[in-house]
Design a protein around this ligand. Structure first.
Ligand code: NAP
Length: 240
């Protein structure tokens, strides 16, 4: 991907109805890219798309549950049908259930692994053919929980440690096709994650658009260079 040509590029962001996905969509649209965002709910995806851009030639709202392989293949097909290509997959959709292992339910375990790990697998599988054509980019949104473990996070840690390993392995599989693969591992970001409501006290945290800027930095980087695993954290540990 060339530094100066982002305005011709098309991104598909899974889980773009709020949080990091929405913030990233905003930044990529500002750079002139065309962007598709997904949600489990068409209404939520459409509301977010309306908020992002009044230009329906540059934004696409998609209903897709990343857990459903058929949904994801249909989502990528609709992106290529509308925009003619796919250059960037941001595999962002994710959830967190936090409870000590004696309290964690099998439903919580399953949903966390299904969305955060198998969901990314589905999004990647659905995108590979289009990305081979464009020699595009896959960016997964993992977490510092993909390298640091903590109490109550067994399911989330397992999903994100797994996602970091998955992303690094496919980076090696796909670079022979000119597809670049990176994982971003954020610390605290001010989003709706785990039913949080963003508020003024979150000012010290990373903001969703900051992750979008990081995605843009990766896309703008000279294509011969690939930062494949990026840890990013708030510069302070709490409000000053
Ligand atoms: N916030 C943080 O501090 C933080 C830190 C590190 C990593 N992360 C990671 O960042 C990613 C985004 O989280 P966020 O913080 O932006 O949380 P968020 O505000 O809750 O947003 C999550 C997004 O994922 C979508 N989503 C969830 N399950 C989905 C599914 N099965 N299929 C399609 N979309 C789905 C949601 O859409 P709908 O609900 O509308 O379907 C929503 O758009 C996650 O992978 C999370 O693990 C977050």
């Amino acid at each position: 991907m060339q530094n100066s040509s982002l305005s011709n590029k098309v991104a598909y962001i899974t889980g773009g109805s709020k949080g990091i996905g929405l913030g990233t969509a905003k930044v990529l649209l500002e750079l002139g890219m065309r962007v598709a965002i997904s949600s489990r709910s068409l209404v939520s995806a459409q509301k977010a798309a309306e908020q992002l851009s009044a230009d329906s030639t540059r934004i696409l709202a998609i209903q897709s549950d990343v857990v459903n392989e058929t949904d994801e293949f249909a989502a990528v097909e609709s992106v290529v049908n509308k925009f003619g290509q796919l250059d960037v997959l941001v595999a962002n959709a994710g959830v967190g259930h936090f409870a000590a292992i004696d309290e964690l339910s099998s439903a919580q375990w399953k949903e966390t692994i299904d969305i955060n790990l198998t969901g990314v697998f589905n999004s990647v599988k659905a995108s590979i053919d289009a990305l081979k054509k464009s020699e595009g980019y896959i960016i997964t949104i993992a977490s510092l929980a993909g390298t640091n473990f903590f109490e109550t996070a067994s399911a989330y840690n397992a999903s994100k440690f797994g996602l970091v390993g998955f992303t690094q392995a496919i980076m090696l599989d796909l670079r022979k096709y000119g597809i670049k693969v990176a994982t971003i591992m954020p610390g605290s970001v001010s989003t709706n994650f785990n039913n949080h409501v963003p508020n003024d006290a979150d000012a010290w945290k990373i903001q969703p658009e900051d992750i979008g800027e990081l995605v843009a930095d990766l896309l703008r980087m000279n294509p011969r260079t690939l930062p494949s695993k990026i840890e990013v954290r708030p510069a302070r540990t709490s409000a000053k």
